[in-house]
Design a protein around this ligand. Structure first.
Ligand code: SAM
Length: 315
C-alpha cells in the first residue's frame, strides 16, 4: 500500500502570464499538483530531464524551487521548446547555464540528443497523455464495437493543445498497459529503464483507471512507486472521456467487471462516485456538469539494475 502524501503545502512559482492556445495551461490544477509533487521529490543538486516541457513553467520551478542542478527538456510539439526557453530566460536569465531545451519534435526520449541527455539524468519527470486520440483508427473501431455514441461525447474532437491531452493509441498497441490508456507512459518507463537504469522517474498521472493499475505499471517495469502528491480535480470538459466508458462497456458481461473499475465522482470530496459511463453521459448532456477525478504524482525508484534491456529500447 502507498502512504498517502499530505496535501500540497507551498505556493508554486509564478506561471507564464499568458501562453499560446497550443500550450498546456500552466495554471491548470494538473501542473499545480505536479509542481507540489516535484518539490517533494528530493531533486536538490540532481540532473533532471523533463519529457513534454509544455510552457516551461516546470523547468523554472525545478531550478528555482526544487534546487535541481540542471534541467534538460524536450517536447513532441516543436513549437514548445523555444517558447519554454524564452519563458525561463525572461523570468530568470541567470539560469541559462543550468538548462537546455532540445530543438525539434522529440517523442519521449527518442533521438540522439534526448538519448544522450537521459543517460546523464538522475530523474526523469513527465506529465503525458493517458487518453487515446479520438481520431485514432484503432480507437475508432474499439469505440464503435462497444459504444453507440461518437467521439463528441464529453468534449470536442479537436482542441488546440491536442497533443497535451491525447496520444496515438495504435502506435503503442504492443505495450500491454496500452489497453487502459497507459501505452505512452509505459513506453517512457521502458526507455528510461533501458537507457538510465539508475534514474528515478516522477510522473503526474490521472487516476481515472484506478491507482492500483498505475502502481502495477510501475512495478511491472522495475520501479517502486511512492505517492508524492494527490488532488481531486474537475474533469476537463474539453477532453473526450468516452474511452473510459468504452473500457467499462468492453468488460460488461465478462465476469471481470470488478477487477477493473474507473473512478470518477460527482463531488470534489469523492462521496458520490460515478462510473465512467455515468461521467461521460453527464458531460455529454452538459459539458458544464461537475465531474471530478483524482490525479497523483508518483515517484518510481528503480528496484534493481541488472535487467538486460531490449535492443529496441536501447536505440
Ligand atoms: C499535459 S501537457 C504537460 C505540460 C507540462 N509538462 C506541465 O506539466 O504543465 C503534456 C505535454 O506533453 C507533450 N507530449 C505529448 N506527447 C508526447 C510525446 N510522445 N513525447 C513528448 N512529449 C509529448 C505535449 O505536447 C504537452 O506539451
Amino acid at each position: 500500500m502507498l502512504a498517502p502524501a499530505p496535501a500540497p503545502a507551498s505556493v508554486p512559482d509564478p506561471a507564464p502570464a499568458s501562453v499560446p492556445s497550443f500550450t498546456f495551461d500552466p495554471s491548470d490544477p494538473w501542473t499545480v499538483t505536479f509542481q507540489a509533487g516535484l518539490e517533494r521529490a528530493g531533486l536538490r543538486g540532481r540532473r533532471v530531464y523533463e519529457v513534454g516541457v509544455g510552457s516551461g513553467a516546470n523547468v523554472l520551478h525545478l531550478l528555482r524551487r526544487c534546487g535541481a542542478a540542471h534541467v534538460t527538456a524536450s517536447d513532441l510539439d516543436p513549437r514548445l521548446p523555444p517558447l519554454a526557453r524564452r519563458f525561463v530566460m525572461d523570468a530568470a536569465p541567470g539560469l541559462a547555464g543550468r538548462c537546455r531545451f532540445i530543438e525539434g519534435s522529440v517523442s519521449l526520449v527518442d533521438g540522439p540528443a534526448a538519448t544522450e541527455a537521459v543517460v546523464a539524468a538522475d530523474t526523469v519527470v513527465a506529465c503525458l497523455p493517458q487518453v487515446p486520440d479520438p481520431g485514432d483508427a484503432m480507437y475508432t473501431r474499439f469505440r464503435a464495437a462497444h459504444l453507440r455514441t461518437g467521439p463528441e461525447t464529453g468534449g470536442p474532437l479537436r482542441i488546440t493543445d491536442h497533443a497535451a491531452h491525447y496520444y496515438p493509441w495504435s502506435a503503442f498497441d504492443d505495450h500491454p498497459f496500452n489497453a487502459v490508456g497507459l501505452g505512452l507512459i509505459e513506453a517512457l518507463l521502458r526507455r528510461v529503464r533501458a537507457r538510465a537504469p539508475r534514474a528515478e522517474v516522477v510522473l503526474n498521472l490521472g487516476c481515472r483507471i484506478g491507482k492500483d493499475v498505475l502502481t502495477r505499471l510501475f512495478r511491472a517495469h522495475g520501479y517502486r512507486p511512492e505517492e508524492l502528491a494527490s488532488r481531486v480535480v474537475p474533469q476537463d470538459g474539453r477532453t473526450d472521456i468516452t474511452f473510459f466508458a468504452a473500457l467499462e462497456a468492453a468488460l460488461r458481461g465478462t465476469g471481470h467487471e470488478k477487477d477493473f473499475t474507473c473512478s470518477f465522482s460527482a463531488d470534489p470530496e469523492g462521496r458520490r462516485p460515478l462510473s465512467a459511463t455515468e461521467a461521460a453521459d453527464r458531460l455529454a448532456a452538459d459539458p458544464g456538469t461537475p465531474v471530478f477525478h483524482e490525479i497523483c504524482v508518483l515517484r518510481g525508484r528503480p528496484t534493481a539494475f541488472d535487467d538486460v534491456p531490449d535492443e529496441e529500447d536501447r536505440r
